[in-house]
Write a protein that binds this ligand. Sequence first.
Ligand SMILES: *[C@@H]1O[C@H](CO)[C@@H](O)[C@H](O)[C@H]1NC(C)=O
Ligand SMILES: *[C@@H]1O[C@H](CO)[C@@H](O)[C@H](O)[C@H]1NC(C)=O
Ligand SMILES: *[C@@H]1O[C@H](CO)[C@@H](O)[C@H](O)[C@H]1NC(C)=O
Ligand SMILES: *[C@@H]1O[C@H](CO)[C@@H](O)[C@H](O)[C@H]1NC(C)=O
Ligand SMILES: *[C@@H]1O[C@H](CO)[C@@H](O)[C@H](O)[C@H]1NC(C)=O
Length: 293
Amino acid sequence: MAQHRGYLRVLVTFYLTFLHLTFTASYKPVIIVHGLFDSPSDFQLLLSFINETHPGTNVSVVDLFDRTESLKSLWMQVEGFKRAIYPIMQNAVDGVHLFCYSQGGLICRALLSIMPDHNVDTFISLSAPQMGQYGDTKYLKWLFPQYMKSNLYRVCYTQLGQDVSICNYWNDPHHRDLYLNNSNFLAVLNDERLHPNATAWKRNLLRIRKLILIGGPDDGVIMPWESSMFAFYDDNEMVMDMTSQPVYLLDTFGLKTLDVRGDIVFCTMPNVSHTNWHSNRAVFDTCIAKWLT
Ligand SMILES: *[C@@H]1O[C@H](CO)[C@@H](O)[C@H](O)[C@H]1NC(C)=O
Ligand SMILES: *[C@@H]1O[C@H](CO)[C@@H](O)[C@H](O)[C@H]1NC(C)=O
Ligand SMILES: *[C@@H]1O[C@H](CO)[C@@H](O)[C@H](O)[C@H]1NC(C)=O
Ligand SMILES: *[C@@H]1O[C@H](CO)[C@@H](O)[C@H](O)[C@H]1NC(C)=O
Ligand SMILES: *[C@@H]1O[C@H](CO)[C@@H](O)[C@H](O)[C@H]1NC(C)=O
């Protein structure tokens, strides 16, 4: 009898431990960084998708640099997002997932580069101009009505221009020298413009487990859309894929290492316009849901 009670106690202990594990070993927290002209309210549908497929996930949509504030220089935004995100990471013993949309994808890549102790498991880059932007869009017309893609370099590659976020990742393939000399964000992040912390930044970025790149040909804003996949124009405006990019070949910031490790996942979806990526159920089911573990 006493022996039975002993067994029972062991069983109950096992059962309680199991219950405890199932309820606490849950999904990692998700941190969302929005894009140009967005704010947290744009992610309502995404939040409901996550709640449905991964109930209990603690999702933080960082409420900073909303709407026109998102035009501020990216390094300034990176500092702000870092302060907001750091405590969330520290609360997450098993790490977090970083979900970053559009311009936010560049902010996140910078965060991952400058934070030596980040604990990001999976970095989801949702239609982000990772290799920069070169195209006429309605945003550009609104911001700089006098300019087109062919002459925007005159504004963007100046000290004043670099105070505006979109100039920070303006990548004019016909003015490489000016880009290299004046882009104080993308060229630095890519280590195309050499800087002393490049080795540390590469090591920091490589702490992530997976990089998920999502984009598609009907985006309409990211130009070329393949920039979301780390491809970009050459000087004839032909799109060269990621593995032909000098930053890849020279592995300046860790892109090749990640790829060789097998840790870059590409998810290309047709028929999704730029402002729909985060609210499209097919994109969520095909490209996102399986990573939110
Ligand atoms: C998540 O889903 C549950 C069940 O459908 C619902 O009761 C709850 O309000 C939802 N929470 C959020 C934050 O959407
Ligand atoms: C969700 O995460 C935030 C940031 O770490 C934390 O303050 C909050 O308490 C968490 N919420 C729950 C319900 O665990
Ligand atoms: C870039 O900077 C270098 C060194 O300061 C300078 O010699 C060169 O003329 C600059 N190129 C352009 C296109 O501004
Ligand atoms: C390099 O890192 C040091 C120490 O973290 C920092 O003070 C400095 O501003 C960084 N330099 C650049 C160019 O980011
Ligand atoms: C493309 O998307 C639109 C609107 O989201 C939808 O109505 C249409 O059926 C889609 N077409 C294809 C070929 O998937």
